[in-house]
Design a binder for this molecule. Structure first.
Ligand SMILES: NC(=O)c1ccc[n+]([C@@H]2O[C@H](COP(=O)([O-])OP(=O)(O)OC[C@H]3O[C@@H](n4cnc5c(N)ncnc54)[C@H](O)[C@@H]3O)[C@@H](O)[C@H]2O)c1
Length: 253
């Protein structure tokens, strides 16, 4: 393999799909992991239309054993992994008194434990890739502005989601130390972005939200993907253990 290989979880649609496009534009072949098989197949076809190769895996990112099985298969088929984007995530609209234990656990599993699953599974292959091809491995995980604000008035994401997304920031800093110098580990914190997750919010309150964003609009998946592409592919890079907020500078949301 002479082209770089990038894994994007939750790559079927929304921000993950835009990240996959951005990475294909930067010369990567893509591995997509998602629950939504038809959407994932569509995105894979788009990537192939851009000249990238694409493999798809229908899988739940909360499944630890499956992450390791996928890494073993990529190793066997492509023998390389340069970039891991931990993007899959799901909101949780419940407050503390309405949230059953299983829903809290599931929110943490999908948003935070998934990062553990995929980082642990792919780091050995990423290290070998760096040893053979150089360049430095890159991990980028999708946190959220909610990790900082708590998502105070947001209708779609409350404390469980904010907890998981804040956990990603701690994991990012710790693993930047543990995995350096071969692998850089960073996070991105989107504000309100127009996707399936963000749509219920943008549809009902789009104009009101835009008035509370310095750049006067809610974000698009490509706004986030551009930053992920930079963190994943810019050579050389001296950035690790950081997060970048991509929110057009949002307040009171
Ligand atoms: N849209 C926003 O406003 C916003 C803001 C901040 C952070 N984020 C984060 O960005 C990431 C992408 O969100 P999005 O807005 O594109 O949402 P989206 O719902 O459009 O896309 C999320 C993707 O992840 C997949 N996914 C969800 N649970 C999964 C699981 N258990 N296993 C495998 N795949 C799974 C979905 O099928 C989907 O393709 C998420 O981590 C989200 O928390 C989004």
């Amino acid at each position: 393999m002479t082209r770089k290989v990038a894994v994007v979880t939750g790559g079927a649609r929304g921000i993950g799909r835009a990240c996959a496009h951005a990475l294909a534009e930067r010369g990567c072949d893509l591995v997509l992991v998602d629950l939504l098989a038809p959407e994932m197949a569509r995105t894979a076809a788009e990537l192939e239309g851009m000249g990238a190769r694409a493999l798809t895996f229908e899988a739940d990112v909360a499944d630890h054993a499956r992450a390791h099985a996928i890494a073993a298969e990529i190793d066997a088929r492509w023998g390389r992994c340069d970039v891991l984007v931990n993007n899959a995530g799901r909101s949780n609209p419940r407050g503390i008194l309405d949230c059953p234990e299983e829903e809290f656990d599931r929110t943490i599993a999908i948003n935070l434990k998934s990062c553990f699953n995929y980082i642990q599974a792919f780091v050995p292959l990423m290290r070998r890739t760096v040893a053979v091809h150089g360049g430095g491995g890159r991990i980028v995980s999708m946190s959220s502005l909610n990790a900082h604000t708590g998502g105070v008035t947001s209708a779609v994401s409350k404390f469980a989601y904010a907890s998981a997304k804040a956990g990603i920031l701690g994991m990012t800093r710790a693993l930047a130390k543990e995995l350096g110098p071969e692998i850089a580990v960073n996070a991105v914190c989107p504000g309100v972005i127009e996707t399936e997750i963000g749509n219920s919010l943008t549809r009902s309150r789009g104009a009101e939200l835009a008035r509370k964003i310095a750049l006067g609009r809610v974000g698009k998946p490509a706004d986030v993907a551009r930053v992920v592409g930079f963190l994943a592919c810019e050579q050389p890079s001296f950035i690790t253990g950081q997060h970048i907020v991509v929110d057009g500078f949002q307040w009171e949301i």
